[in-house]
Design a protein around this ligand. Structure first.
Ligand SMILES: CC(C)(COP(=O)(O)OP(=O)(O)OC[C@H]1O[C@@H](n2cnc3c(N)ncnc32)[C@H](O)[C@@H]1OP(=O)(O)O)[C@@H](O)C(=O)NCCC(=O)NCCS
Length: 155
């Protein structure tokens, strides 16, 4: 089945499909992180600023998955980092290797750019993603606590 999956850089005509697939995949319960929001600006913004880091998986010309990322330079560090921001696979195409193929291409692109370390993050209860990333070689999961302050309560 994975032989039917094609991985390529996203084109402008793919953006609506990516956005709608993200709406399906990044449900409020499974939102990938708290500091970025899945909306149309996320897709168009990254397509404008980093088109080489936006990949799609296609089957018969239809988008069934995508990967979007960015590079990070830290001051006083010789290292540059790659952050895989969003990885989403249509549930109808889960466990067919599309996520793996997207990730492998993303890693290749990052390596060609001189990136020395890749970062991913996901919610602690996203067992599928954690298992996927461990399978791809990620290690050293680090706890990160988010806290909220309800400003309306102060009124
Ligand atoms: C996580 C996700 C990207 C995996 O995509 P996928 O195309 O189904 O993954 P693959 O078929 O390439 O799986 C590769 C390996 O990852 C692991 N894996 C993938 N999905 C898994 C699941 N639901 N449960 C346990 N392990 C899983 C397995 O080891 C799998 O190998 P196997 O099928 O030979 O056992 C997909 O489930 C998804 O889009 N989830 C919702 C969005 C999300 O959480 N994104 C990640 C954070 S941005």
């Amino acid at each position: 089945m994975s032989s039917d999956i094609e991985i390529r850089l996203a084109e402008i005509d793919d953006l609506a499909a990516i956005f709608h697939l993200g709406e399906k995949v990044f449900t409020p319960q499974e939102v990938s992180n708290l500091y970025r929001t899945w909306d149309e600006y996320e897709v168009t913004g990254l397509f404008n600023s980093e088109p080489d880091h936006l990949l799609v998986a296609k089957v018969d010309g239809c988008v069934v998955g995508f990967a979007m990322g960015t590079t990070i330079e830290k001051s006083r560090s010789a290292w540059s980092y790659g952050h895989l921001l969003w990885l989403g696979i249509d549930p109808d195409y889960a466990r067919m290797g599309a996520g793996s193929m997207l990730f492998d291409r993303f890693r290749e692109i990052m390596k060609d750019r001189g990136v020395r370390m890749l970062l991913v993050d996901t919610q602690a209860d996203n067992a599928a993603a954690i298992s996927f990333f461990q399978r791809k070689g990620f290690e050293n999961p680090t706890d990160h606590i988010y806290m909220t302050l309800n400003l309306q309560k102060e009124d």
